[in-house]
Ligand binder design. Structure first.
Ligand code: SF4
Length: 703
C-alpha cells in the first residue's frame, strides 16, 4: 500500500492506493486535514484510468493525415526536427509551449526552463490563466503576495460566518464541506447550487445576483455593512491604505440601488451584511471567492471588491478570520509560481525584474540578456497560433485547450493552422487528436513529485506503481527533448527530487520561497507551507513553514494592505432579442475540467453521460422546451447541444451549462475571449445566448 494524493482538484485529498483483487489499484481515503478521511466520487474512481483501454502506451506520429504508432526516438526526433527547423527559419518565438495547473511543481519549473533555455522562446503560458489569474492579480495588489488561502483550511471550521462568492464546493470539492458545517454560510451564486441549498437548509443566506454583477453586490454589502456600523475603523487606519478610494465607489451602492443593478433584494443585502458584520466583530468571519466571481472580463476588479469588503471588516491577517481564494486545479497554486506563466520566472518573480533575470540566468548557466522577456497570455497565445506573427508550433503538456479554452471553434482552427503540434498526454484528448506528435505520459500514481494545495501546503506525490512499458514521465520527455534542441543535458534532469532541489534554490528570496522545502520532511509527514525559506543558524526552524500569512504585516513595503478601485462595467456583451438569456458555465460533481479523464471513468460517465442545460421550468416553457428535451444553445460564437434539465433553482434569465464535454456538447463553443485587462482572464461566466429545441440524437430517425 502507498499513500499519495488525488490527481484532481486543489483540495488534494490524501488517499491510500492498494492492490485490488483483479490486480489493479483501488483508492480509499487517508487521514489528512483537508479531506478529514473523505474522498469525492472522482477520487474514489481515479485509479480506473491507470489501466483504461484508452490509455496511450506508444508515441504517435501523424503520417498521411493519420496518427500512427512510432518509437520514442522517431517521435522525439520528429518533434525536435520541426522545433529546430522553425527556430532556424522563423526565430525562437515561432515555437510555443502550453502548460497546466495540474503539473507537479517540478514539471512546471522544468517546462518554464525548457521554453526559455532550450527553445529560447517567450511564448509560454498555461491553463491556470483560465483558473486563478484574476484572484491572483487582486491578492497581489491587496496583500503584496498571492497564496490562495493564507491560512490552513481547518481554520474556517470554527468561524461563525463564511461568505462564499462564486464557489460551489459541495459539488466541486465535497470533502471541504466538512469544514463548512458549523459556520453560517452566505452563498453568492446566480443559481441555487448545492452549496447554496446547504446554506439555506442551515439558517444561512443565498444571494443570487444576475451574472456579471458580483462587483456591485460586493460594493452594496460594503455600503450596508458601513451603514450598520460593522466596519473596523481601527484596523482600516492601522493596517490598510486607500479606503476612501473604495468608499467613493461603494457610497453610490446603497442596497436599493444595488438591488436594481444585481437583482438581489435590498433586505437580503442588509441581512447578509449584518450576518457577516456581527461575526467579523467577533473576529470569526471569512470571505472566500471562487471562479464564479473571477472568470470575468472584470475578474480582477471583482475579486478586489470582495477583498475590499473583507478589509473593511478587518478580516485579513487576523487569527480566526480572513480572505481566501479557493484554488481549482490540483496544482493551481504551485503551477503559478515557478515559471510556466508568460511573465514569470521561478519563485513567483517577474520576468522583467533585472535581479531575478540575473539570478536565474546564473543558475541556468546563461546570460540575463539571452533570457526572453514576457510572452502572450494563454488566450492571446492560442489566438495567435498559426497567424503571420504568431507561433507556428505548440508543445502542450497536461492541458486540453481544444475543450477548455474560450471560443473553442476558433481555438481548434488555430491548432489546425500550426506547422507542428506536440501533445504530451496519457489519453488521446481532443487536443491530442489534432497533434502531429503525441507522447504518452505517466499518470499521478506512477510518478514522484510535489504539489502545492489550495492552502499553499506542499504535498508529496508518491509512486504506487511503475508506468506501463512504453510510457515516460513528463520530466523524462523534457530531459530527452532538450538535448535534441542543443541544450546542455545536465540542465534537464528527469529525477523529481533533483528538479525540486534546483527549484528550491531558484526560488530562494522570491515571493514564493521554497528553499527550505525538503522532500524528506514531506515524506515524514511534516507540514510545510510556503514561504519556507532555508535560513541557517542555531535558532532556525529545521522545518521552515508559514501556515498563516499577514498576521503581523502585509507583504507590501509599508506593511499595509491596499484597497482597490472597483468600478462596475458589467459583462463584455449584452443580451438582446436574438440572444435573450445569460449562460454561465461550471462544474459537476462527477466530472473534472475538460473531462478528458472523467468522461472515461465508467461510474462518472454513467452518472453524467452527456451535457445538460439547467434552466428554470418557466423559461423552458417560454422557449418551447420541457425537461428531457434536446436543445441547442447558441451564442454569438457558436452552438452546443444539451439535454434540458429544468430546475426551479435557476434564475429565469440564466441557464447553466457544464464545461466537461467536447465537440458539439462543448460549453466553450459559447464563451467569449473578452479578457480582464490585468489578469488576462477570459470571460467564461457570462455569455448571451438563445435556446431552441433540437432533434434528439437518441430518437432521431425512428418511425
Ligand atoms: Fe478530493 Fe478534489 Fe479529489 Fe474529490 S477531486 S477526492 S475533492 S481532491
Amino acid at each position: 500500500m502507498s499513500t499519495t494524493h488525488c490527481p484532481y482538484c486543489a483540495l488534494q485529498c490524501a488517499m491510500h492506493l492498494e492492490p485490488a483483487p483483479d490486480g489493479t489499484l483501488a483508492a480509499r481515503p487517508a487521514p489528512f486535514p483537508t479531506n478529514r478521511g473523505g474522498l469525492c466520487r472522482k477520487g474514489w474512481t481515479a485509479p480506473e484510468l491507470l489501466t483504461h483501454p484508452d490509455r496511450l502506451t506508444t508515441p504517435l506520429i501523424r503520417r498521411h493525415g493519420r496518427l500512427e504508432p512510432a518509437t520514442w526516438d522517431q517521435a522525439l526526433d520528429t518533434a525536435a526536427h520541426h522545433l529546430n527547423h522553425l527556430r532556424q527559419t522563423h526565430g525562437p518565438h515561432a515555437n510555443a509551449v502550453f502548460g497546466s495547473g495540474s503539473l507537479t511543481n517540478e514539471k512546471a519549473y522544468l517546462l518554464g526552463k525548457f521554453a526559455r533555455l532550450a527553445l529560447g522562446t517567450s511564448q509560454i503560458d498555461y491553463n491556470g490563466r483560465f483558473c486563478m489569474s484574476s484572484a491572483a492579480a487582486a491578492t497581489n495588489h491587496a496583500f503584496g503576495l498571492d497564496r490562495g488561502l493564507p491560512f490552513p483550511l481547518t481554520d474556517i471550521a470554527t468561524a461563525q460566518a463564511v461568505l462564499l462568492a462564486g464557489a460551489n464546493p459541495a459539488e466541486t470539492m465535497p470533502p471541504m464541506m466538512g469544514h463548512l458545517a458549523a459556520p453560517t454560510l452566505i452563498v453568492i451564486d446566480p443559481r441555487r447550487s448545492a452549496t447554496a441549498q446547504q446554506a439555506l437548509d442551515h439558517g444561512g443566506l443565498h444571494l443570487a445576483p444576475r451574472p456579471g454583477t458580483d462587483l456591485p453586490l460586493a460594493l452594496g454589502l460594503l455600503h450596508a455593512a458601513r451603514t450598520a456600523g460593522h466596519l473596523d475603523h481601527t484596523y482600516i487606519d492601522q493596517r490598510t491604505t486607500g479606503f476612501q478610494t473604495t468608499w467613493a465607489q461603494a457610497a453610490a451602492h446603497w442596497p436599493e440601488r444595488t438591488e436594481e443593478l444585481t437583482g438581489v433584494p435590498a433586505h437580503h443585502i442588509r441581512a447578509a451584511a449584518d450576518l457577516l458584520g456581527h461575526a467579523a466583530r467577533n473576529r470569526s468571519a471569512y470571505v472566500l471567492t471562487g471562479r464564479g466571481s473571477e472568470q470575468h472580463a472584470t475578474g480582477t476588479a471583482t475579486a478586489g471588491a470582495w477583498i475590499d469588503l473583507a478589509l473593511a471588516l478587518g478580516l485579513p491577517g487576523r487569527t480566526g478570520s480572513g480572505y481566501g481564494c479557493i484554488t481549482g486545479q490540483g496544482n493551481g497554486q504551485g503551477g503559478r509560481e515557478h515559471g510556466q506563466k508568460a511573465d514569470q520566472l521561478p519563485g513567483y518573480r517577474h520576468i522583467n525584474d533585472p535581479d531575478a533575470r540575473t539570478r536565474i540566468a546564473h543558475l541556468w548557466n546563461t546570460t540575463p540578456e539571452s533570457l526572453p522577456g514576457p510572452g502572450r497570455s494563454a488566450t492571446e497565445l492560442l489566438a495567435a497560433l498559426g497567424t503571420p506573427d504568431g507561433p507556428r508550433s505548440l508543445l502542450v503538456m497536461g492541458s486540453n485547450p481544444a475543450v477548455s479554452a474560450p471560443d473553442t471553434t476558433r481555438i481548434k482552427q488555430r491548432l489546425a493552422a500550426l506547422d507542428h503540434l506536440i501533445v504530451c498526454d496519457f489519453v488521446l484528448s481532443e487536443t491530442a487528436q489534432q497533434a502531429h506528435v503525441v507522447l504518452p505520459t505517466a499518470q499521478w500514481a506512477e510518478e514522484e513529485g510535489t504539489m502545492t494545495n489550495l492552502e499553499g501546503r506542499l504535498l508529496r506525490r508518491t509512486r504506487a506503481q511503475h508506468p506501463p512499458p512504453g510510457v515516460r514521465t513528463d520530466l523524462q520527455i523534457l530531459s530527452e527533448l532538450a538535448p535534441r534542441l542543443g541544450a546542455d543535458p545536465h540542465q534537464f534532469p528527469h529525477d523529481a527530487d533533483t528538479v525540486l532541489a534546483e527549484l528550491a534554490h531558484a526560488s530562494a528570496g522570491g515571493r514564493a520561497d521554497y528553499s527550505g522545502i525538503d522532500p524528506h520532511h514531506l515524506a515524514a509527514g511534516h507540514a510545510q507551507y510556503w514561504p519556507a525559506p532555508a535560513t541557517a543558524g542555531p535558532d532556525t526552524d529545521p522545518v521552515p513553514s508559514t501556515p498563516r500569512l499577514f498576521l503581523d504585516t502585509f507583504a507590501h513595503p509599508d506593511g499595509r494592505a491596499r484597497f482597490s478601485t472597483p468600478t462596475h462595467h458589467g459583462p463584455a456583451e449584452t443580451t438582446d432579442t436574438h440572444y435573450p438569456l445569460w449562460a454561465t458555465t461550471g462544474r459537476l460533481l462527477g466530472h473534472y475540467q475538460s473531462g478528458a479523464q472523467t468522461r472515461r471513468i465508467t461510474e462518472l460517465a454513467t452518472t453524467d453521460p452527456e451535457a445538460t442545460v439547467q434552466i428554470h421550468p418557466d423559461t423552458a416553457t417560454h422557449h418551447g422546451l420541457t425537461h428531457g428535451d434536446h436543445a441547442q444553445v447558441t451564442s454569438r460564437r457558436g452552438t452546443m447541444t444539451a439535454r434540458v434539465h429544468t430546475t426551479p433553482t435557476a434564475r429565469h434569465d440564466t441557464v447553466f451549462v457544464p464545461f466537461h464535454y467536447a465537440n458539439d456538447q462543448a460549453a466553450n463553443t459559447l464563451t467569449q475571449h473578452a479578457l480582464d485587462p490585468t489578469s488576462r482572464m477570459p470571460e467564461f461566466k457570462v455569455s448571451a445566448v438563445r435556446i431552441t429545441p433540437a432533434p434528439d440524437p437518441a430518437t432521431e430517425g425512428r418511425p
